[in-house]
Structure formats: C-alpha cells, structure tokens
Design a protein around this ligand. Structure first.
Ligand code: GTP
Ligand code: SPV
Ligand code: MN
Length: 588
C-alpha cells in the first residue's frame, strides 16, 4: 500500500519481532471490514446482534480481568525521569524496550498482524496527525475503523514523510502481571501488550491523541486536552462553542450531546456535538483559541444512557455499533444495561457471558461497559465536525464529581486564575480505570492519567498559552454531582445543564453581573433560569445551596492540593504557587 521507507522498515522490524503468520493492511473499504466482522463472529470474538433492530451492531466481551484502563501499568518513558514527572509512571526507555521486546517476541505466531493506517483529524488537514497501529486483534481493527479515519487515503496523505506515530499492540495472553501500556514520546512510539480493553488498545485515543499529542503540543505551542466540544445555537442562529474537561465517566459524552429543556427548545435553542472526549486546540489567525476533535466516533459509557438522560447517544448506537461488556438479551438478540430502562431482560447473559437476570441482585452490564459508535450517526453532530480548522471557543469549562465543596458553577477571575482552578481539580474515581471507585483524587484538567510529560511543565505551558492567545476563552468550573445528606444528587443534571451553559455564555458576552467570592465569580441565583425545575426539587433556595461556598471545606481542600503540588515538585510554576497563596488569603 505504500513505498514509504520509514513505515516499511519499522513494519519489517515489528514483523521480525512478533512473527505473525500473515500481515493484512487495512484499506478502509466496507468489503474488508465486512469480511473481518464475519471472521470475528465465526471465532466468537464478536456476536452479531438482531440486524432488524440494531443494523450493523455487534457485541463483544473482554476478558474479566481486562475491563478498564490500567493506570498503574501505564508508563511515560522519556530519557530523563524529570521529563515524565512524578505523576506518571516512568522507566528508562532502554530498559522498557528490552522488557517489552521480550514480551512481544513471537507473540503473533499463528496469528495475523493487521496494519491500520489512521489519521487523528480530517485526513490531510494541516492540524491532523497520522499513526499506524499494528495489532493482532480484529476487535481493535473494527473499533479503530469507527474511532478514527482509516485506510489508503491516510497512507497517501503521509507520502514519504517519517512523521507518524508508531503503535504496536499485542493481546498476547492478557496476563495482568505483564500488561503494559507504554508511551515513548521522544520516539513517537506506543506499545501496548496483554490487554484487549478500549483505552489500553485503541492506540489513537488516549495513548496518541492525549499522551503523545500533549507532548507534541508542548513543543509545538498548542494544547491536546481531555475535553468535549459543543456548540450552542441561539434562536437567532448564532452558534457559540465551548469545551469542557471532566475526568473519565464524569459526563463529557452526556454534556456534548445534551438536549435542552423543552422551554428552551421551544424558544429555538439547540446543541451541536463536535466531540465528546478529546480536543486539540490551536491559536487561530483571529487571535482566538480554536478546537478540533481528532476522533471520528464515540467510545461511550453505556450504563445510565437512556431516552431521558441522553437520547442522542442512544440513537447514535442504534446502528453500526460495537457494544462491549453489556447484557445480551437472548429473547430478541439485543443488548441491555443498567439505566437503559426499568425492564431488564429475563432471558439474558451478563457481561461475562453467564446466565443472568436482575433478581440475582448483581449488575448485568459492567459499570465501564461501552459502545463504539460512529460520529456521523449522532443526530446532533455539528456541521463543523469535519472542519479542518475546528471551531472558535468562547469558554473552557473544568469540572469533576464532587459530593461537596465545589458549587454548581463559578467563573475564574482571569486566565491564570483559570489555570489554577484547572490545576486544582479533584474528582471521585470511577469505573473507567481499574482500582477503587468513589475516592476523591486530584485530577488536574482531567489529565492526570493522560499528560505525556511533567505536570509542572504542563501547567507552565497553559500559563504560556494564555500569554500567546490575544483573545482567550473565559474559564469556568462546574459540578453536577453535589449530593444531599442522603447521598442523592441535588442538581438534575443532563439536559438541565443547559441552564448553566447559558449563564456561562452570558458571562462571556458580558451580559450578566456576578458575585465575587473567594473561589471566583458566582452567579447571582436569579441569573440561572430554573423555571420548571420545581418538580425536580430545585427552587431558588436549593439553587442558593448549590451555589454556596463553605470556606472550611475549601481550606481542607487546599491542604490536599498543597500535597499534590509538592508531589509535582520543582517544576511547579511560580505563578500557580502565587495563585494558591492568594486563594488562601481570600479564604481567611
Ligand atoms: P469517558 O468516556 O470515560 O471519558 O466518560 P464521560 O466523561 O464521557 O462521561 P459520560 O458522559 O459517559 O457519563 C458518565 C456517567 O456519568 C454516566 O453514568 C452518566 O449517566 C453520568 N452523568 C453524566 N452527566 C451527568 C449529570 O449531569 N448528572 C448526573 N447525576 N450524572 C451524570
Ligand atoms: C476514559 O476513560 O476517559 C475514556 C475511555 O474515554 S478509554 O478509551 O478507555 O480511555
Ligand atoms: Mn475519556
């Protein structure tokens, strides 16, 4: 498919290492994809679902020990340890290559190696970047065909250039003790072994578009972020775009596809999805910050997705979708997950493939079960989705899952304070990564597991970017997850988050005053439209409670933040230490 020497030489080397029986280039054609789907079904790797109800849809189950990203086994291998920093696992590249080469040796014997040429971003756009993933998994190929732009055109766009990211993935024997997800940012190289789960193996996603790309962005003067991108259309047809960074399983896909409350729909408000997980941001010729989504599909959390919470996501998954680790309804050969509806199937298999029904009292779908769906199938996909330059951004929104402390929404005083707010993010852990769930941890800019270099340098890069953007977006923080004493969410969330987005855009347009507080600008309660929310238990007093700032809780939070800043160490930018000191003063 190519005469590119750099590609061919590397491929030969990887073939000699893994020793596959056969090498197959993925050309992006429907015929090839269809043949691979049939092959995967014949071996049991995938199950073809009811083609009348779910055309083009399949079910896959991962191994039970392989259901989420493994942060403890994810490494950033730079030549100097300080360049990876104290928030990343690090290993000397030479040592890691040796260890990995031993694991990959002969790992594809008796198997086929698939060569996937893919583009992150529209093929051929100056802002896009090209990668190759070599894998022994058809599931990975079929997911990459949905999540990225794949095929011959990518190879043609690369031409003779050696500027591409090399990715090698082998499922090998799924041994947890020898599972490694390794980035070598200085070599544009990713190596993943002994896993078959999404974020560990779809190398275009977190490994490339965040870890490698953030490293490149630092060197090249742009940003690669764990952010959704959405457009809000006003009744007069104007569209304003925002990005939002929330940690894994904290609501990006849901916000990106939200449907406004009825009274706003009736006035003519609409929301358009540009991306649900990753944004690459560059300074445009107009001096604003522009965001593009490098992905081509959604790898979304299934549980909780339903006709009320996220109808757009649900409709997106009605065709051409791969479901992973959900319930298999044997009555009509469809799928189910917790929160889809109140009628779980009675004749069904759980995510492990065991006979299951709800009376057993355990979950049928894995909490991190996912759908892989094509962006073009999303009813609210933005007309700018395939734009080569992306969209101009009015606001950057940070947010996390905090039962207490963080109010519904507040605005930072300025860019640097906004960077401080992002750096001070904390959120309860979720099922998207292996380990305990519900523990509050620091997760700056939702990038803790995804920053491909020293976190101190990353913060400094954000500060530097602020100086370079003539017209920077305003920076906000939101929290949809405040709970009452019984642990129930106070704010209804989902579509009603639109009410908060409108306040944010009003602030950007200078249309609303705000109350200055220790943490930033808070909305005047009457400026958030809560009409119609009485039935959800939200009146003006509840809203005031949602916007309240408990200084004691923030003081505790600061103590924890200081520990985190200390961990980052000497590359912590002076500016953020100043911000921290100023914040402490304001809390006195
Ligand atoms: P990743 O794909 O892991 O990056 O996750 P994400 O950030 O896209 O999260 P997603 O939108 O898939 O939501 C994860 C979980 O949070 C789901 O169970 C949702 O139902 C729940 N969720 C999303 N938005 C809200 C909200 O506004 N309020 C509440 N209470 N829950 C929400
Ligand atoms: C996340 O965990 O943030 C995801 C899913 O978006 S994964 O692709 O597994 O990283
Ligand atoms: Mn994510």
């Amino acid at each position: 498919m190519t005469t590119n020497k750099a590609v061919l030489n590397w491929l030969e080397e990887m073939k000699a290492l893994t020793k596959p029986d056969k090498v197959v280039w993925i050309d992006g054609s429907d015929a090839q994809a269809e043949a691979l789907r049939e092959e995967a079904c014949s071996t049991g790797e995938m199950i073809k679902l009811n083609q009348e109800k779910l055309p083009g849809c399949y079910l896959h189950r991962t191994a039970v020990n392989d259901v989420a990203r493994v942060e403890g086994r994810t490494f950033i291998c730079t030549s100097k340890k300080e360049d990876a920093g104290n928030t990343n696992n690090w290993c000397d590249p030479k040592e890691m290559y040796e260890k990995l080469y031993a694991l990959y040796d002969g790992s594809m014997q008796g198997k086929t190696m698939y060569v996937i040429p893919y583009s992150m971003g529209v093929i051929g756009s100056p802002f896009s970047k090209i990668g190759f993933e070599l894998t022994d998994s058809i599931y990975v190929v079929l997911n990459m065909l949905i999540m990225t732009r794949v095929g011959k055109e990518v190879v043609d766009a690369l031409g003779d250039s050696a500027e591409f990211v090399k990715g090698l993935h082998a499922k090998k024997d799924l041994d947890e003790e020898n599972r490694y997800i390794v980035q070598f940012p200085e070599d544009n190289t990713i190596m993943s072994v002994n896993s078959g789960y999404g974020g560990n193996v779809l190398l275009g996603k977190k490994c490339f578009a965040l870890r490698i790309a953030s490293f490149l962005a630092h060197n090249e003067g742009w940003l690669a972020e764990h952010m959704l991108i959405l457009g809000i259309e006003y009744p007069n047809g104007e569209i304003h775009y925002v990005t939002a960074a929330f940690p894994s399983a904290c609501g990006k896909t849901n916000l990106a596809m939200l449907i406004p409350p009825k009274f706003l729909q009736e006035k003519g408000y609409k929301v358009w999805c540009v991306g649900d997980d990753i944004a690459w941001l560059r300074i445009g010729p107009d001096g604003r910050l522009w965001a593009m989504n490098p992905e081509n599909g959604f790898f979304g959390v299934a549980p909780g997705t339903n006709l009320k919470s996220n109808p757009n996501a649900l409709h997106t998954t009605e065709r051409d979708t791969i479901f992973t680790n959900v319930v298999h309804n044997l009555d009509d050969n469809t799928v189910w997950w917790e929160g889809l509806n109140k009628t779980p199937p009675t004749n069904a298999l759980n995510w492990k493939g065991e006979k299951w029904d709800a009376s057993l009292g355990e979950k049928g779908a894995h909490p991190n079960s996912r759908f892989t769906a094509r962006a073009v199938n999303c009813p609210c996909i933005s007309s700018e989705f395939n734009s080569t330059t992306g969209v101009p951004i009015d606001a950057i929104i940070f947010g996390g899952r905090r039962a207490k402390t963080a109010p519904l929404v507040y605005q930072s005083f300025d860019w640097n304070h906004g960077v401080f707010v992002g750096s001070a993010m904390a959120s309860e852990t979720t099922a998207a990564a292996s380990g305990a769930v519900g523990v509050v941890r620091r997760d700056p800019m939702a990038m803790l597991p995804f920053c491909g270099y020293n976190m101190g340098d990353y913060f400094a890069h954000w500060i530097e970017m602020g100086k370079k953007i003539p017209n920077p977006p305003k920076i906000f923080n939101v929290n949809w997850f405040r709970t009452d004493d019984e642990g129930h969410f106070i704010w209804p969330g989902f579509g009603d988050n639109m009410r908060v987005l409108l306040w944010i855009l009003d602030r950007c347009a200078g249309k609303k005053d705000a109350d200055e507080s220790a943490i930033g600008y808070l909305p005047k309660p009457e400026d958030i439209d809560i009409s119609g929310l009485e039935a959800e238990g939200v009146d003006i007093n509840v809203l005031k409670e949602l916007l309240s700032v408990d200084k004691n809780l923030w003081k505790e939070d600061i103590e924890n933040l200081k520990g985190f800043y200390d961990k980052i160490g000497e590359r912590m930018p002076e500016e953020l230490l100043k911000q921290l000191a100023a914040f402490e003063d304001r809390l006195k």
